[in-house]
Design a protein around this ligand. Sequence first.
Ligand code: PL3
Ligand code: FE2
Ligand code: FE2
Length: 251
Amino acid sequence: MHNELKITDMQTLESNKKTLEESTNPISLDLPDFTTDSYKDAYSRINAIVIEGEQEAHDNYISIATLIPNELEELTKLARMEMKHKKGFTACGRNLGVVADMEFAKKFFSKLHGNFQVALEKGNLTTCLLIQAILIEAFAISAYNVYIRVADPFAKKITEGVVKDEYLHLNYGQEWLKENLSTCKEELMEANKVNLPLIKKMLDEVADDASVLAMDREELMEEFMIAYQDTLMEIGLDNREIARMAMAAIV
Ligand code: PL3
Ligand code: FE2
Ligand code: FE2
């Protein structure tokens, strides 16, 4: 009788200890070591991609405003958020003692950047919105949602704030395309055919570095597809049209 009581007490003590550990740091076992050279090396490229992506997003919203002058105020607001994101992610790199490889990041975006510039020159607003407000934002949302699960505490907090804004940006493009669907559907499909494969390539290119940060490629693709398909549905495309558009990623 006496012995039994003792065992029970010890078990209670053990389970209390575990609960305390878990509530203090619920996922500490799954997080990568942020101080290793291999983590920092991968982070120097990923961090640069994100910083460059935020800068280009800023520039793109300012450019889009030249095509819809009556939306200048709203688009300037979105652009300002992108600069705040850029600052936040710059701080994340600094916090880990990493120097971002900006040259790599510029190359990473160059094709998509080029396509955006051509569309802008031609005044192809639908293409500009698809590239920035749908494809790039959905890419950012997928990356940030996955990153939040494995980020260091400092970066996690910043990324949580950023990803909320990115949903607003995705929503901005979604609402414009929804209102203008009858006149922009054809251009939307065509622009998607050209640019979705670029996003897929970019995801493939970043996958190895992302995995060093404990970010899983399949998970990234899954998150992207959720944001992308949800948006196309909200815009008013039917299942067949969405499937056709998504298929552009695998050919
Ligand atoms: C739009 O507001 C910003 C566009 C940024 C594009 C980011 C793509 C990121 C791909 C890399 C995945 C790693 C994320 C880690 C965050 C530090
Ligand atoms: Fe952003
Ligand atoms: Fe954004």
